[in-house]
Design a protein around this ligand. Structure first.
Ligand code: ATP
Ligand code: MG
Length: 174
């Protein structure tokens, strides 16, 4: 793979205080591999491997997005058996978030990045390699004031610490 390529995704990225809340019950997770506090996120659109020109196009276009802020209430737990992933979800997806995801889809298309057609599902991975659906439910729901979105690089060769690096962060209208 050429050096100028990178693997990126748009996401919601919790601030420090929210991470504390989200990670507070992580110790109770019935999981072999809980996600570290500083890696918790919600993927809005996974772009995969892009060229540096596409990355520049995504950064420019993201800065031009005008999409409203919203409150996202994480109040459910989901489990994907095939991927053995346990995640935190939302019973209701705010229309503003769908609007943002739509804008990101259009941006990706405009930058010549092919993305899947899988419908957007709010999910925050909490743990991997969870072999069966646990009975565990998070004791409290968490309301996230969504004010920003980010572009994240998923490092193919992770540095020490997090495998993710923030490339850009943009405010939502609020
Ligand atoms: P790893 O794959 O090394 O275990 P990861 O899943 O955290 O780590 P990536 O595979 O780069 O890192 O994924 C980054 C984010 O994008 C994660 O939230 C992941 O769930 C999501 N993602 C990855 N691949 C896809 C895909 N094909 N479609 C939709 N979302 C994806
Ligand atoms: Mg992955």
């Amino acid at each position: 793979m050429a050096d100028d390529r990178c693997r990126v995704f748009f996401a919601l990225w919790p601030d420090g205080a929210l991470r504390d809340v989200l990670a507070a019950d992580a110790g109770q997770l019935p999981a072999a591999r809980p996600i570290a506090r500083d890696q918790l996120h919600i993927t809005l659109l996974f772009l995969g491997v892009v060229t540096s020109a596409q990355r520049a196009c995504l950064l420019d276009g993201a800065a031009a997005i005008r999409s409203p802020a919203c409150e996202l209430t994480l109040d459910s737990i989901g489990y994907w058996r095939r991927s053995q992933i346990l995640w935190r979800g939302a019973r209701q997806t705010p229309p503003a978030l769908l609007q943002l995801v739509d804008a990101l889809h259009r941006l990706a298309q405009g930058c010549g990045v092919e993305v899947g057609t899988r419908p957007f599902q709010v999910h925050m991975t909490l743990a991997r390699r969870v072999e069966r659906r646990p009975r565990w439910v998070p004791p409290v729901s968490v309301t996230w004031p969504v004010r920003h979105f980010v572009l994240v690089e998923s490092m193919l060769v992770p540095q020490r610490g997090s495998p993710y690096r923030l490339c850009g962060r943009w405010a939502l209208l609020g």
